[in-house]
Design a protein around this ligand. Structure first.
Ligand code: OAD
Ligand code: ZN
Length: 232
């Protein structure tokens, strides 16, 4: 039985990381086009970096929650594969080893001039905006901004996993950002059963074979026991 998990910001909510579209979410307080677009970065790299620096500060204090930990355990025990839209790295911190990161990683920087790319965990950043140690060019966060394509290898693997799974568990995503939001529909179309864990209704709820209207930690606990039984 091939199981794939797709996560969104809701899986990190119980770790204290703000989501994007909920009450108090990032897109309620900030305009995405001012901060998360290539145009915004071109206009004001310092402002964009200050926002990322602030988010990195919040995430650095966050610990993986029970949902992250259960997902990591499911990879080890049952070979479950994980696709995430999150950039916070909490899945890796929880022990997930092979994470398909659709939207990049907030802890990685990349140069806008040369091919330099590396992890930088400093909080706060030593210099804003940070400069490339190789060529002195402007560094940017290695995340996907609105209007940018997703990393090719990540989206290819995500499509492959979605097309070839028996069960897809969708946790804590509003299902409105494409192409990630397409993945449950692809899985369903190819015959997989779709389980959704989300306290709210989303566009994915309409195709879910099982909807668990609970938080990520409660919902994952429930699903874990169920999967464990069926693997015995
Ligand atoms: P959203 O903020 O759009 O949605 C978060 C979802 O999590 C909502 O459907 C909530 O109901 C749900 N939720 C909230 N608390 C939860 C909890 N404790 N347990 C389970 N679910 C909970 O976040 P995403 O769907 O991840 O893109 O957003 C998708 C993309 O939009 C992000 O990756 C980001 C953003 O713009 C980029 O940065 C490219
Ligand atoms: Zn460079």
């Amino acid at each position: 039985m091939k199981i794939v998990i797709l996560t969104g910001a809701g899986v990190s909510a119980e770790s204290g990381v703000p989501t994007f579209r909920d009450k108090g979410g990032l897109w309620k307080n900030f305009r995405a086009e001012d901060l998360a677009t290539p145009q915004a970065f071109k206009r004001d790299p310092k402002l964009v970096w200050e926002w990322y620096n602030w988010r990195r500060g919040i995430i650095s204090k966050a610990k993986p929650n029970k949902a992250h930990l259960i997902i990591a355990e499911m990879e080890e025990k049952f070979g479950v594969r994980l696709i995430t839209q999150n950039v916070d790295g909490l899945h890796q911190k929880a022990g997930s080893k092979s994470v398909v990161e659709l939207h990049g990683n907030i802890w990685r920087v990349k140069c806008t001039h040369c091919n330099y790319k590396d992890y930088d965990y400093s909080v706060p950043l030593k210099e804003i905006p940070p400069k490339c140690p190789k060529c002195g060019g402007l560094l940017r966060p290695d995340v996907v901004w609105f209007g940018e394509p997703l990393p090719e290898d990540a989206i290819e693997e995500a499509f492959y996993l979605s097309e070839n799974c028996d069960i897809m568990i969708v946790v804590g995503t509003s299902g409105v950002v494409y192409p990630a939001a397409n993945l449950p529909f692809i899985a369903k179309y190819r015959g997989a059963r779709v389980i959704e864990i989300n306290p709210k209704e989303t566009p994915i709820s309409s195709i879910a074979d099982l909807k668990i209207g609970k938080t990520a930690t409660e919902g994952m606990e429930e699903v874990y026991h169920w999967i464990e039984r069926s693997f015995k």
